[in-house]
Design a protein around this ligand. Structure first.
Ligand code: MSP
Length: 506
């Protein structure tokens, strides 16, 4: 039996409106989950990180209570993910009782086993990053990660004995050189480990928007709280069957700026609980605009609702996966999105669909002809589904899409070389039938292969093809094992799937 697949995104701070960077990680998780679901049990968790000083400050500025603020903003995130056709299995909010219970229980468990102890914290704190910093780490007196002001803290806090896990972390990194990707993040984390680890303060007393420390003063540090969503969201100590099925996570996606929390602090907390570390933490790069990371605090956020309306959510999804190898930074611009949309989706795929379906209308009244004895054009792509699946689950999205485009290109080339219009004119009906059948069946396979990336548009293509059954059904069966498009199926032409986008000249 295939092992169950569990994929997570970071849970997002709701201190402001979502931007394209948040869509990015969530769409990637969705593509993984949709792909994994065609092979076996899959769980995809995302959600919101609602505690902490940053969210409390944002609520106060808006003149609202933090809870009210969160309750009002969460639907915006959910509708954003819906706009981008994200099919998560659960959406966790850290203010939900199911999560708060887990955080308090973990805190107590670790206090009992000595991994959590009372001490004094003196040092700096970056509110936008919700991060503690030693004096020696500051750059020009500012946060080394985001460059913003830090505040001085002097508190009696609870501490997590992170330093005790350093050797085990180093061993784990050495024994599993692939468990943190990309390689440069792995190296960066190794350097931090080699330098040494301090214990981590995990409570705060100078504000109160958080989960209360059980039988103590203050609230639990927002990162300690937030990381635990990955296990509270699959029922740790609440739903054993589910938890056992899905933990350890198969892939935890994070932006590279929060790799340290996920590859150093997170496994240590898990080990303190007697649980396994995730199989893979993939720390990806940033979407940038003019060299700067997109993000609300840096003032260059791009409204993702407007983008979806302008370019189509599926075109954005395609762009995000195709533009750069997953892991590296890439710069975003409307011109680049329009170009990908027009060339790959419009001219290549959309045109293949449109010309096939319109020839079918013109020459065969929209009905799929009889299947020929063999499918020579498609036979060379019998291995493609497996290649694509392997590339996607290995997070090589660009490779996967390039491989699919080999098939798109081959089918377009076949139309140009074999000239169906000439076959029609010369009354070579059998050859024309064979070609049209192969093109229809090719489109059906493409719809399945691209469904994880462009779910809405591929479902539309599926309908136009009149293809029966489930588009997301197990790949190997529906693609290769002969369940091809049925002759006599009635197709419909419809408007272009990816209509051309013209950008106004600047
Ligand atoms: N709440 C924490 C995460 C807690 S997880 C236990 C947090 N939230 S966040 O709202 O700041 O979202 C961070 C995540 O959003 C990044 O790790 C990344 O996945 C995504 N991105 C935010 N800006 C991004 C870009 N400019 N580019 C790519 N991804 C970006 O940190």
């Amino acid at each position: 039996m295939t092992r169950a697949f569990y994929v997570t995104t970071p849970i997002y701070y709701i201190s402001g409106n979502p931007h394209i960077g948040h869509v990015y990680t969530t769409v990637v998780a969705d593509v993984l989950a949709r792909t994994a679901r065609t092979a076996g049990p899959t769980f995809f968790l995302t959600g919101t990180d609602e505690h902490g000083q940053k969210v409390a400050n944002a609520a106060a500025e808006a003149g609202k209570s933090p809870q009210q603020w969160c309750d009002e903003l969460v639907p915006r995130w959910q509708s954003l993910f819906q706009t981008y056709h994200v099919a998560y299995d659960d959406f966790i909010r850290t203010t939900q009782p199911r999560h708060e219970r887990v955080v308090q229980r973990v805190f107590e468990r670790l206090r009992e086993n000595g991994d959590v102890y009372l001490g004094k914290y003196e040092g700096w704190y970056c509110v936008p990053d919700e991060t503690f910093w030693l004096e020696s780490k500051l750059v020009d007196g500012k946060c080394p990660t985001c460059g913003r002001e830090v505040q001085w803290l002097s508190e009696d806090d609870w501490f997590f004995r992170l330093s005790a896990y350093r050797d085990r972390l180093i061993e784990h990194f050495r024994a599993h050189p692939q468990w943190v990707r990309t390689r440069s993040v792995y190296n960066e984390m190794m350097a931090i480990l080699e330098e040494g680890l301090d214990d981590l303060s995990i409570s705060r007393t100078n504000f109160d928007w958080g989960i209360p420390v059980p039988d103590g003063s203050g609230v639990i540090y927002v990162w300690f709280d937030a990381l635990l969503n990955y296990i509270s969201g699959i029922g740790w100590e609440q739903d054993d069957a589910k938890f056992q099925t899905f933990w350890p996570a198969s892939v935890q996606l994070v932006g590279k700026e929060i790799a340290r929390f996920h590859t150093i602090i997170w496994p240590a907390i898990l080990w303190a609980l007697g649980l396994e570390a995730p199989e893979l933490v993939f720390a990806h790069g940033w979407i940038t605009v003019e060299g700067q990371k997109v993000g609300k605090s840096l003032g260059n956020a791009v409204d993702p609702f407007a983008l979806a309306q302008r370019f189509g959510a599926d075109s954005l999804r395609y762009f995000l996966l195709r533009e750069a190898p997953f892991g590296s930074d890439f710069s975003y611009s409307e011109e680049k999105i329009a170009q990908r949309h027009n060339s790959d989706l419009g001219n290549d795929l959309g045109n293949l669909a449109h010309r096939t379906l319109s020839m079918l209308q013109r020459y065969r009244e929209g009905v799929v002809p009889a299947a020929p004895a063999s499918l020579p054009l498609l036979a060379q792509f019998d291995e493609l589904p497996e290649r694509v699946r392997i590339a996607i689950l290995d997070l090589r999205f660009r490779d996967a899409l390039e491989a699919v485009w080999e098939m798109v290109t081959a089918l377009n080339r076949a139309v140009e070389e074999r000239k169906p219009w000439a076959l029609e004119k010369e009354c070579r009906a059998e050859e024309l039938d064979a070609l049209l059948y192969e093109l229809c069946e090719g489109l059906r396979r493409l719809a399945i292969l691209l469904h994880p990336v462009c779910p809405e548009r591929m479902e539309e293509l599926w309908r136009r093809l009149g293809a029966g059954g489930e588009i997301g059904a197990p790949w190997t069966q529906s693609l290769v094992a002969g369940a091809g498009i049925a002759p006599s199926t009635r197709t419909s032409l419809g408007e272009p799937l990816f209509p051309r986008i013209e950008l106004a000249p600047k």
